[in-house]
Design a protein around this ligand. Structure first.
Ligand code: UT7
Length: 328
């Protein structure tokens, strides 16, 4: 049986359209100053009307496959982390499987909101180390702009669209790949961030549309407190499991929701600013996609080298949280 997994290809895709804070000032009662101070966000990307989540995911997937020099036909599993699937079913993973021509791959969506990519890596680790799957494509893609209430200043300033993808395979080195993981959920706090309608609880009706129940709802400040605690606990847990300290971390890639959440977490975990990757200023919160987009940018910027210890740490709707420690 394989001992571990490794990421052999990384890619991302961001829609071309940029929506700046100044643009948003014309849509809701807000200011560039408020958004920048409270969130660190300056702009975000917005998908075209004709672009669904799978379209973003495919672009990121193609880049990751090219980076890995892997043909889609070699894939035996496709996982897609998303809360904005093209439709309830077929899964976005099946749609991507078809469009990539990855006919030998099983396909499955993961619903863990912003923690979806981290959950996905742990699923990859389990399935690959169990010996059944050899080459897995893990995509995290979101079109949050399509479930955003553009009249709600409390949420619309935060969200953006984008996708990231990795190709994962087995690795037989003891001290390489995924060294430790920690996943959890707080289902009782699910109402802090949720989408009320469109599922079997509240199927779409004229009423649900009138009441804007098909748009994401969030209690931001309550979520803020749980976010920092969960991110800190998850980070400390994986470091303890892998018997490393914060000084051993070469790069911390947290979920990009708010620069204040990132800074508070890094401070409590004991990771200095220069080792924290931040791009929330450019893309806002793209839910599951933030970490693989950041991972791709960090790699391209030369901020990750072989042997580095990388900490990925996420938190989101569910509520869910999760961290993984990777030896690159
Ligand atoms: O991906 C994981 C899920 N998301 C998160 O983790 C997000 C977590 N939460 C946050 O990032 C922050 O709580 C927010 C950025 C959402 C809000 O920041 P805050 O410092 O917690 O502000 P607040 O919600 O306590 O609101 C403070 C004030 C309120 O006015 P009053 O009641 O004090 O008069 C809001 O109405 O700011 C007002 N406000 C705004 N003002 C201008 C809320 N949104 C805006 C806005 N522009 N866009």
């Amino acid at each position: 049986m394989p001992k571990n997994i490794k990421i052999i290809g990384v890619g991302s895709y961001l829609p071309e359209k940029i929506l700046t804070n100044v643009d948003i000032e014309k849509i809701v009662d807000t200011t560039d100053e408020w958004i920048t101070e409270r969130t660190g966000i300056k702009e975000r990307r917005i998908a075209r009307k004709d672009q669904a989540t799978s379209d973003l995911g495919i672009e990121a997937a193609k880049k990751a496959l090219e980076d890995a020099s892997v043909d889609p036909k070699e894939l035996d599993l496709i996982l897609v982390a998303t809360i904005t699937p093209d439709m309830s079913f077929p899964s976005t993973a099946c749609i991507i499987q078809d469009k990539l021509g990855a006919e030998n791959a099983a396909a499955l969506d993961i619903s863990a909101a912003c923690s979806g990519f981290v959950y996905g890596l742990v699923v990859c680790h389990s399935l690959i180390c169990q010996g059944q799957y050899k080459k897995v494509l893990l995509v995290a893609a979101e079109t949050l702009s399509k479930i955003t209430n553009w009249e709600d200043r409390g949420t619309c300033v935060l969200l953006g669209d984008g996708a990231g993808a990795v190709v994962v395979t087995s690795c037989d080195c003891e001290n390489e790949g995924l060294l430790a993981s920690s996943l959890g959920a707080i289902g009782s706090a699910g109402k802090l961030l949720y989408l009320p309608a469109g599922g079997s609880r509240n199927p779409a009706t004229h009423e649900t549309i009138d009441e804007k129940m098909h748009y994401l709802r969030m209690q931001g400040n309550e979520l803020f407190k749980v976010a920092v605690k969960s991110l800190v606990d998850a980070a400390k847990d994986v470091m303890q499991k892998a018997k490393v300290t914060s000084e051993d971390i070469a790069l911390f890639i947290p979920h990009q929701a708010n620069v204040r959440i990132i800074n508070a977490t890094a401070k409590r975990v004991g990771i200095p600013k220069e080792k924290v990757f931040i791009n929330v200023n450019k893309y806002g919160n793209t839910s599951a996609a933030t970490i693989p987009i950041a991972l791709n940018e960090a790699l391209r910027a030369g901020r990750i080298k072989k042997g580095d210890l990388i900490l990925l740490d996420a938190f989101g709707g569910g509520l869910t949280w999760g961290a993984v420690l990777l030896r690159w």
